[in-house]
Design a protein around this ligand. Structure first.
Ligand code: SF4
Length: 375
């Protein structure tokens, strides 16, 4: 590859040794990652991330056809960065969907129009484990083939504790009701002192990782996220990635890692500046470089905006999530560029092919449904 020649004669010998390791598919350690992150120019990080991305996936860029159900935005927790929730004490300002309203959303999508429903929302004390198990069972009655990806570890931890069940027992109740995988939300940042400042009352890092571990042990796949670009340091970000990489070595249960950019509208952290695009791209690239054992790196286009999401495809990203159909409010309420996130399959395919990549529709477990030609 032409550009690999460029990076065999770097002036900085430490960069050269790290680059050599990455190009030889050798894992880099935390110290090297920190040095690279803090000192390497964007183009070098982008090159390395793209090298790994193309080794793993060639030119393929995945997406799926999905929609979200957000049962409620009423929440018992008080995360400082959250623009979406309304405290349980002020629940009249939020929304709470009934079982029937959620099933009506499912009925809107004909059998083969979508392959996945993503269920995620606030933590409402009255929507408990057994309520959600019933929801899953009813969804499967209406759409037996749909893949249900549901509930962050934050929601799961709360429902399991209320039901007085272990993570394993609680997950089994949901699996028996139709749960197929779990999303990666709620991880935020694992570093204890930062987590204490931005979301001190919900499940901690150990609890989040344990729920994912138990899910993997029970055969469920899951994703993982990081909320970056607020008050955390680069070392905190890498510590977070290291936790994911360590668990993945043990379970191989993570499918995708999704960096989530902090947005500062309508929350208690409006004084914190948002990261700029160069920093976002560096972050994506470092995630791809460090997480050598996580297959996919996903850019969630409703959060970044479409054009920025296209750019990430040259910085390690090989997945843009899904069509979504304007069914999530989480990022639009935080001020993201996409106020009504919805793309048709054709628009999503165009977005990917315009960036010079090959669009591939996948199901939630990354089985290929259709590969589109670049023309
Ligand atoms: S981020 Fe999640 S857990 Fe935290 S307040 Fe918002 S909805 Fe609740």
């Amino acid at each position: 590859m032409e550009s690999s020649i460029i990076y065999t004669h770097l002036k900085n010998p430490k960069h050269q040794s790290i680059v050599d390791n990455v190009l030889n598919l050798k894992r880099i350690n935390l110290d090297d990652a920190l040095y690279l992150y803090e000192t390497a120019p964007l183009h070098l990080l982008g090159y390395l991330a793209n090298f790994i991305r193309e080794k793993k996936h060639g030119n393929n860029t995945y997406f799926n056809r999905n929609f979200h159900i957000e049962p409620t935005n009423v929440c018992v927790f008080d995360c400082k960065f959250c623009s979406y929730s309304r405290l349980y004490a002020h629940k009249e300002e939020g929304w709470i969907l009934s079982l029937e309203q959620m099933l009506d959303i499912v009925r809107k999508y004909p059998e083969d129009a979508v392959t996945e429903v993503h269920i995620v929302g606030g933590v409402h004390p009255k929507m408990n484990l057994y309520f959600f198990a019933e929801l899953l069972r009813e969804i499967k009655k209406i759409r037996p083939k749909i893949h249900i990806k549901g509930f962050t570890a934050v929601e799961l931890d709360y429902m399991f504790r209320k039901a007085k069940l272990s993570a394993k027992e609680g997950l089994q109740v949901l699996i028996d009701a139709g749960l197929n995988s779990i999303p990666g939300g709620g991880a935020e940042i694992f570093n204890e002192s930062v987590r204490e400042k931005i979301c001190n009352d919900k499940v901690d890092a150990i609890g989040w990782l344990d729920i994912h571990k138990q899910a993997h042990v029970l055969g469920l796949k899951s994703n993982a996220t990081i909320l970056y670009g607020h008050i955390e340091s680069i070392a905190d970000r890498l510590e977070h990635l290291d936790n994911i990489r360590t668990l993945q070595d043990e379970t191989q249960g993570f499918q995708a890692f999704i960096p989530l950019k902090f947005r500062n509208k309508h929350n208690d952290m409006q004084h914190v500046k948002e990261s700029i695009l160069v920093q976002d791209l560096k972050m994506y690239a470092m995630c791809r470089i460090y997480l050598d054992n996580v297959p996919h790196l996903k850019a969630y286009w409703p959060m970044l905006g479409r054009q920025n999401a296209q750019l990430t495809l040259d910085f390690g990203v090989n997945d843009l999530d899904g069509t979504i159909d304007d069914s999530t409010k989480i990022y639009s309420m935080a001020g993201s560029e996409e106020q009504h996130p919805a793309l048709t399959t054709e628009q999503l395919v165009n977005l990917i092919t315009q960036a010079g990549r090959t669009a591939v529709e996948r199901d939630t477990l990354y089985n290929i449904i259709k590969k589109y030609s670049s023309s």
